[in-house]
Structure formats: C-alpha cells, structure tokens
Ligand binder design. Structure first.
Ligand code: 5GP
Ligand code: MN
Length: 334
C-alpha cells in the first residue's frame, strides 16, 4: 500500500487535534444529517478542548437540520481565506465535494485531515482516516472522541446520534453494526433524549415535502420485471412547490421499500442543466457505487449517487442502461 494513502491511526488523529489551536470543519455540498452532524459533533468537542473552530457549509445551515443543538455555529464560507492551522473534511469522498467557496475559505490551512466512511473516498489530504465498515461518519467521530478520551459535550452527543440515525435509515441498513447499537446505548446513558431527538428528526417535516412526494408518485415507474423502481423531479415542479434541496432527502426509501424492488433510482434536474441521480440497492449483487462510478459518481455499495449531464431523458437512458446491463449479467449467472 502507498504509505501516503495509508490510514492514520486514532492516536495520530488525536495528536493533531491536541497539538493545534484552530480548525476549519468541512463536509459536502447538499449536506445530510451525517455531514452536518459530524461537523457539529467534532466542532463542539474541539471547542470544549478550548480550540478555535469554524464550521463551514457551502450554502449555510440547511433548514431541516437547524434543530440540532449548537447548529448556529454552521456558517456560509467567508469570501476571504480563514487563518487556521487545520482543515478537517468529514463525510466527503472527494475534495471537490466540499464546495468551491469552502475550498477557497480553507485554502490557508497547512494541514488537511480527511475523515470519512465512503469506500469510494479518494484519500486526499495529509492524514486520511477512512473506515468504510462504519455506517456513518458520525460513528467514526464517536470512536475518535471516546477512544482518545476527548470531551463529548451534549451537542456532540445529540449530533452523533442524528448523524448515525439518518445515515442508517434509523439504524436499519445492513451496515448497522453491534458497535452502532452499543454507541446508541452509550449516548442514551450520557443523557440523550431518544423520543425528543427522533421526533425532531422525523416528525417535523414541511408540508411541501409531502406535496413533493405526491408529485414524485405521479412519475413512479417499475422496470426490469419489478427489480427497478424510479421516479423523477423536474425543475418546473421544484419551482412550483418552492422546494429546498433537503426536501427530497430520504424520500427514495419509499420506493426502495417496494416488495421485489432491488434498485431504486431518483432522478432530479438541478442547476446548470445537470441531473442528480440518487441510487439505493437492496441486493449486494447490484453494487450501485460501481454503477455510479461508471459516470464518475460514488458512494457505498447499497447507496450511491452521481451528477450527470442533462437533459433528463438522456441521463435516464444512460443510467438505466447501465443498471439493465448489470441485471442482465446477474440473470445470465443465475
Ligand atoms: P444520496 O443519494 O443520499 O445523495 O447519496 C448516497 C451516497 O452517495 C452518499 O454516500 C453520497 O456521498 C454519495 N453520493 C451522492 N451523490 C454523489 C456524487 O455526485 N458523487 C459522489 N462521488 N458521491 C455521491
Ligand atoms: Mn455519511
């Protein structure tokens, strides 16, 4: 293995966290619960250690995650680079996915840490700590804080729980491990209020999200003898319903849950004529990360995504073609 790309140990990460004074915490564009949750969890721990911390997100704090305690720390990247010792990218498979404005804001940091759980991680940065067997980056942050005996303030505790809950489909996906449940138990022992945090995470949806669901259901199609389900969101519907990027978060799970479906795909028109594709698989034989990689995307075996050139019809046909090919191989094998 190339030494430059080898994983840094927990102790090596710990010595960086302890010996430096100022940190910029980053995650990916269109941040989900694991991205913002991991940033807040590590950020509040570092602040409890007396460090100076800036938490950046390309478009600022998403409305759906504003309930996280201490979320007010999340800010849009300033236009001038920040003077800080260390930049830490969390939950972000490629450095570009941090976002152009965030990259510029962090450009003076002398040291880059890359802490993630994506198997497709490009292993960028000076120190890499990528654990693909962890179902969420939030769980890696938990392991680092507890393994190193660092502070775990209440804000970090709640953020870790939400990070892991949202990335595991509420502790359901097959990559959820015994350690994940042990971690959840430990967080509850540390005072986490499970009912309240889950209700804030899952029972406070804006009405427009349900209107979005109605629009998506009108486009739902099954293909490949019921193995493939897909639906789509056009810019016209996005504008009509005044949608925000996070409104579609997690909706794909509804079509993933159809009996007989092995692959679920969500096509979404985004800015600049691009198409965002989100994929879920229920069958390890259909590795959606591999399918996404054919188009320069990535993610995990059972949850992956890619941005493709439009128009929508062309992107759909190329991607569904790649899925058709994989399904044909499986049918030929078995
Ligand atoms: P989601 O469908 O929830 O947006 O993403 C599922 C997984 O695929 C996440 O782990 C995410 O990081 C990854 N992913 C989503 N979109 C992209 C993309 O455009 N490029 C890459 N490399 N990964 C993506
Ligand atoms: Mn994640």
């Amino acid at each position: 293995m190339d030494d430059a790309n080898a994983n840094a140990s927990t102790e090596e990460i710990g010595s960086i966290l302890r010996s430096h004074d100022s940190f910029i915490l980053l995650s990916h564009v269109r941040p989900d619960g694991d991205a913002i949750g991991s940033q807040l969890a590590l950020g509040h721990a570092l602040m409890a250690m007396g460090k100076s911390v800036r938490i950046l997100s390309e478009e600022g704090l998403p409305e759906n995650l504003a309930f996280l305690p201490g979320s007010g720390l999340v800010e849009c990247p300033p236009s001038e680079p920040i003077e800080a010792d260390v930049a830490i990218a969390l939950d972000t498979a490629t450095q570009e996915r941090v976002g152009a404005k965030c990259l510029h804001a962090a450009s003076r940091a002398a040291l880059w840490l890359n802490i993630d759980h994506h198997i497709s991680n490009h292993r960028y940065g000076d120190l890499v700590h990528v654990i693909p067997t962890c179902p969420a980056t939030g769980q890696i942050v938990y392991q680092l804080l507890t393994g190193l005996g660092l502070p775990l303030p209440d804000e970090s505790r709640d953020s870790i729980y939400v990070a892991v809950s949202t990335d595991t489909g509420s502790f359901q996906y097959p990559n959820t491990t015994a350690e994940t449940y042990e971690m959840a138990a430990d967080l509850i022992r540390r005072g986490l209020d499970v009912g309240t945090i889950n209700s804030k995470t899952y029972d406070e949806l804006p009405f427009r999200r349900l209107e979005l669901m109605r629009a998506l259901l009108n486009t739902l199609e099954l293909a490949e003898d019921g193995w493939l389900a897909h639906w789509e969101l056009t810019e016209a519907v996005r504008d009509k319903l005044h949608l925000q990027p996070a409104d579609s978060e997690g909706l794909i799970d509804h079509i993933r849950a159809i009996r007989g479906v092995k692959v679920a795909v969500f096509f979404e028109e985004i800015q600049n004529g691009k198409i965002r594709v989100s994929m879920r698989s229920k069958d390890p034989a259909i590795d959606v990360c591999k399918i996404a990689s054919q188009f320069n995307g990535g993610g995990h075996a059972l949850a992956a995504g890619v941005r493709m050139p439009g128009p929508l019809a062309a992107a759909k046909s190329r991607l569904i073609g790649a899925i058709h090919q994989r399904i044909a191989e499986i049918r030929a094998e078995g």
